[in-house]
Ligand binder design. Structure first.
Ligand code: ATP
Length: 254
């Protein structure tokens, strides 16, 4: 399934945060959402997830207008991993990953054999199987991040939205996660700060600045010295390494 946004706007307390964003994410592709702190990446992801309504514009999931779908219908196909997940109970990791099965079963029913198998498989894919019986609250930041990815995979989504999924992860786990996302058949949009990882693992990049799309397209077309200077205020050299642009930062612009 694909994700389409047309002229989407959202603001809060009189401030425009997402300012007329249009995106067309091809089925099965991986799109990196870049931009400085506060440029609107998380806010846009929440609009694409239907967690909040846009004040104007349209978001479509495949053939459907997101606004016409119920929360459960959305959750059967779209999973989101947010930056901070707060729980007020102390579930085990198995319980947390099992939450991903909620949209697929009656809320009163226990996990079926299929649900349990999907939980195990999602934990195996994210290398969190050894953590399943641990209280979630005792995990490290990186372990929690991987468990949240496992929870999202247990939803068996066709669309996956990830907000800084490599946050907290060591370099090996970062690469493993991005390989996993690239190999998955899901349509994925992920906010990232690392321009080089984004260039290497995404089919397309969208750069936000002040809530607007400043550039979008293939990594090699988007990540230019001019764009990086303009959007981040940083001087950089961009070379091609193994077919992907590689950015070397050389200083902060005055
Ligand atoms: N609920 C809210 N109330 C007030 N301001 C908000 C709210 N949500 C977002 N903002 C503001 O909107 C702007 C965009 O925030 P957002 O979290 O979308 O940016 P971001 O690009 O994801 O940033 P970061 O890279 O720092 O995570 C910020 O200035 C933020 O303070």
């Amino acid at each position: 399934m694909s994700i389409l946004a047309v002229d989407v706007r959202w603001g809060v307390r009189g401030k425009v945060v997402v300012d007329g964003v249009s995106l067309d994410v091809a089925p099965g592709s991986t799109v990196g959402l870049l931009g400085p702190n506060g440029s609107g990446k998380s806010s846009l992801l929440r609009l694409l997830a239907g967690l909040r309504p846009a004040s104007s514009g349209v978001v479509r999931l495949g053939d459907d207008d997101l606004a016409s779908l119920g929360r459960r219908q959305v959750a059967r196909r779209l999973a989101m991993v947010d930056q901070e997940v707060v729980t007020d109970t102390d579930p085990t990791v198995r319980d947390v990953v099992g939450l991903g099965r909620l949209p697929h079963r009656p809320s009163w029913a226990p996990l079926s054999a299929t649900d349990r198998a999907v939980v195990e498989a999602s934990a195996a894919t994210t290398r969190t199987g050894h953590l399943l019986e641990r209280p979630y609250s005792t995990l490290s930041g990186g372990e929690r991040q991987r468990v949240q990815i496992a929870r999202a995979l247990a939803q068996e989504p066709t669309e996956l939205l990830l907000d800084e999924p490599t946050n907290h992860l060591d370099v090996r786990h970062q690469l493993e996660l991005l390989e996993l996302v690239r190999a998955a058949s899901t349509t994925t949009v992920m906010a990232l700060h690392d321009l080089n990882l984004a260039a290497r693992y995404c089919d397309a990049l969208v750069v936000l600045a002040d809530g607007r799309v400043r550039a979008a397209g293939r990594p090699a077309d988007v990540l230019t010295t001019e764009l990086i200077a303009d959007v981040y205020g940083v001087d950089a050299q961009v070379q091609s390494v193994d077919g992907a642009p590689h950015v070397r930062f050389t200083g902060v612009l005055a």
